[in-house]
Design a protein around this ligand. Structure first.
Ligand SMILES: [Zn+2]
Length: 334
């Protein structure tokens, strides 16, 4: 009889009590691990306290509401919207420093009445909520978010300066091998000597490097007519469509379309090209535009940054490559 009881309790122990104990042990281990992570996070964020610029007023353009957010929290949303998370960590850290600089610059050079910056990439800087970002990522979403947070935290307080002032830190997707002068994109005189033409190796390894747009002669005429109503092009005349001038980086500066001469940046926008670095291939009844690079080409190339990081460059080296004569400083030291 005693033996039956022993077997019965052994059975109970194996079936119910032991699994319960093991589960509890697992749970407590994982929550212990979380606590360690939380502690580390706190230590990191306490290393740098912003004197000013700690919070920013962010305008959400879709709802026209202004939200007050912590600067580095905002930067996680920006970096994750502006650069692919699978890029090298040093490239993402460079992007975090660039985005922080751009934000501080915007705070000091306001475009909006009641806000420091807005969430529209065509106006200020791209931004995506954490919820939307995670929903659009595949795989281990939390791990990806942690990578972004690490890049922002590890560069806390760092901004790019020229003459002790935050720079206008332009950036773009792919320079096609060579960056562009701001004067050749937006005109005017340049008061940004830190933005020069620089070459970067390895950008041709990215999908953003090559693209093509094929348009029929009628489509080209139709698109140009929206801006230039009196435009006339003789597509059989070799001289009627041709590049008249190139910028110092080799992009199209001026192009002739029949009776009009237009800038490369305008042609890019009207024809829907990824950059002003294009070649014209005339074919029967149509024109093929072979395009190199993606974006205006000024400042840091994001794919160039990733390519440099793959070859061992640090975030600071990447920044010094794309912005000439600058310093990387703590924002509190300004
Ligand atoms: Zn804006």
């Amino acid at each position: 009889m005693k033996k039956v009881f022993i077997y019965f309790f052994a059975f109970l122990f194996l079936c119910f009590i032991l699994p319960a104990l093991l589960t509890k042990a697992e749970v407590s281990t994982s929550s212990g691990a979380n606590e360690v992570v939380e502690e580390n996070k706190e230590i990191t964020s306490e290393e740098y306290i912003y004197n000013q610029y700690g919070t920013i007023r962010l305008l959400h353009t879709d709802t026209n509401t202004v939200e007050e957010v912590a600067l580095d929290e905002y930067l996680c949303n920006v970096v994750s919207a502006e650069m692919p998370v699978d890029f090298e960590k040093e490239a993402l850290k460079a992007q975090a420093i660039v985005a922080r600089t751009y934000t501080i610059y915007k705070i000091n050079n306001k475009k909006h009445d009641n806000a420091d910056i807005c969430d529209n990439s065509n106006c200020c800087q791209a931004w995506i909520s954490k919820e939307d970002r995670l929903a659009r990522w595949d795989g281990d979403k939390e791990e990806k978010w942690n990578k972004i947070e690490e890049c922002v935290n590890e560069t806390k307080g760092k901004i790019i300066t020229y003459n002790n002032q935050p720079i206008n830190a332009f950036f773009h997707s792919n320079s096609g091998g060579k960056t562009e002068l701001p004067v050749d994109v937006w005109g005017g005189g340049s008061n940004m000597p830190y933005l020069q033409v620089v070459e970067t190796l390895g950008e041709d390894g990215y999908a953003q490097y090559n693209s093509e747009v094929e348009l029929t002669n009628e489509e080209i005429l139709e698109k140009l007519k929206e801006k230039y109503r009196d435009i006339q092009i003789d597509f059989d005349n070799e001289e009627d469509i041709k590049v008249l001038e190139y910028t110092s980086s080799g992009r199209v500066k001026t192009i002739k379309f029949g009776n009009h001469e237009i800038s490369g940046t305008e042609a890019r926008s009207i024809l829907g090209l990824r950059s002003t670095n294009f070649e014209i291939i005339k074919e029967e009844g149509k024109i093929k535009f072979i395009v190199k690079g993606y974006g205006h080409g000024v400042g840091m190339s994001q794919t160039g940054a990733d390519s440099m990081a793959k070859n061992g460059s640090t975030a600071e080296e990447i920044i010094h490559h794309f912005y000439i004569g600058v310093e990387i400083k703590d924002v509190n030291s300004l």
